[in-house]
Design a protein around this ligand. Structure first.
Ligand SMILES: C[S@@+](CC[C@H](N)C(=O)[O-])C[C@H]1O[C@@H](n2cnc3c(N)ncnc32)[C@H](O)[C@@H]1O
Length: 349
């Protein structure tokens, strides 16, 4: 995948509300319409759920070859942070690829290999073509990873003004930027202990990618870009953060499913620790659906370095309820389930 997508110059040609443009690397979606998929589960009676009703999450157990080799050679588990570093590097390669150009290159490499009767080269080229085909479908056809309209639907209706937003395990920071566009005027702190996220996944996030939000002065819709937002990136382990309960919104995207049940309480505690009384905790996790299982199967060598569950929205809501949160909004979007929660007021319960 040698072909890298170059970011066009941003503000010479700003996008407009209503645009939907497929670039080589991603989809610009400023459609001011409902999402392709948003199933609202807000009215679920969360306290009536129990584990025998909802079943347990699915565990992804197909591992990256590199992880297996490390563990065989060293006789111990791959350190968790090392696994995340590999995950982020590999995932970033896809986000920064100009897919049509990379597909053309892979086809040319296949033809070359066939001409030279190079079986190994041909099989590598075929594998590359298959991965690009899958990525193209997910990111450039369905826009299921970023899913801006789905996320806007999920994040809508928060009662916040100039919010301070904390993103735990931020990676590229996408969802915090979506929130900062919808609820502007505050400040956003991204936290990830993999420094590559600061320098590359967020640091090189396309300056020209537009987020649909509002203009705080007029209240009208407007388009925001990364460099117009007040964002700080802290490279730190969540466990070492020194903040108190000071954020209006604490968000994590794809974090709690990496904690097995004996540590789920700690994962929820991370969120509770930093949210203001009455503030919002937003949590999403990948959906347990056939296509997600297939994705983690196909991409195992590039993404599966650590513990991962796939769950449905009821399982997620039950975890939140058991761990002292009230679910005030819940929904299913293309690739994830999402919850908007508040810490339960035990005095009032
Ligand atoms: C599954 S990723 C989040 C998915 C993300 N939306 C993406 O596009 O890759 C989880 C992120 O959390 C970070 N992370 C995991 N545990 C952490 C910890 N204890 N402290 C800080 N960051 C952590 C990882 O480095 C990784 O970037």
């Amino acid at each position: 995948m040698a072909t890298t997508a170059h970011d066009p110059v941003v503000h010479n040609e700003p996008y407009r509300i209503g645009d939907r443009i497929v670039t080589g690397a991603y989809v610009v979606d400023l459609l001011d319409q409902p999402p392709d998929l948003f199933v609202d589960h807000t009215t679920t009676n969360w306290r009536s759920l129990n584990w025998s009703k909802v079943g347990r999450p699915y565990k992804v157990e197909k591992w990256a070859t590199e992880k297996k080799v490390y563990e065989k050679t060293h006789g111990e588990p791959l350190p968790v942070l090392e696994g995340w570093k590999k995950f982020n590097k590999n995932f970033d390669r896809y986000f920064t690829t100009d897919v049509p150009a990379a597909q053309k290159l892979a086809r040319a490499e296949l033809m070359q290999a066939i001409k030279k009767a190079d079986v190994h080269g041909a099989s590598e080229a075929v594998e590359e073509m298959f991965h690009l085909l899958v990525w193209n479908r997910i990111h450039r056809v369905e826009d299921a990873v970023w899913d801006p309209r789905g996320k806007r639907a999920l994040f809508s209706g928060l009662n916040v003004k100039n919010p301070r937003i904390l993103f735990l395990g931020a990676a590229d920071g996408y969802e915090a930027m979506a929130l900062a566009a919808m609820y502007p005027g505050g400040e956003t702190v991204l936290v990830d202990y993999d420094d590559f996220c600061k320098t590359n996944r967020f640091g090189q996030f396309p300056l020209s990618y537009p987020f649909l939000g509002v203009d705080p002065a007029s209240g009208h819709k407007r388009v925001w870009y990364r460099d117009q937002m007040n964002i700080e990136f802290e490279v730190e382990d969540i466990r070492n953060l020194k903040y108190g309960r000071e954020f209006d919104i604490v968000v994590s995207i794809g974090l709690i499913e990496h904690f097995p049940d004996e540590h789920k309480g700690l994962a929820f505690e991370f969120h509770r620790r930093f949210v203001k009384p009455g503030g919002y905790v937003i949590i999403t996790t990948p959906r347990d659906q056939l296509r997600s299982r297939a994705w983690y199967h196909v991409m195992a060598d590039e993404l599966n370095y650590g513990y991962r569950e796939l769950m449905d929205v009821n399982q997620m809501g039950l975890y939140a309820t058991e761990n002292g949160f009230d679910v005030i909004r819940a929904g299913v979007i293309k690739a994830h389930n999402g919850l908007i929660c508040k810490v339960r007021d035990t005095a009032a319960a």
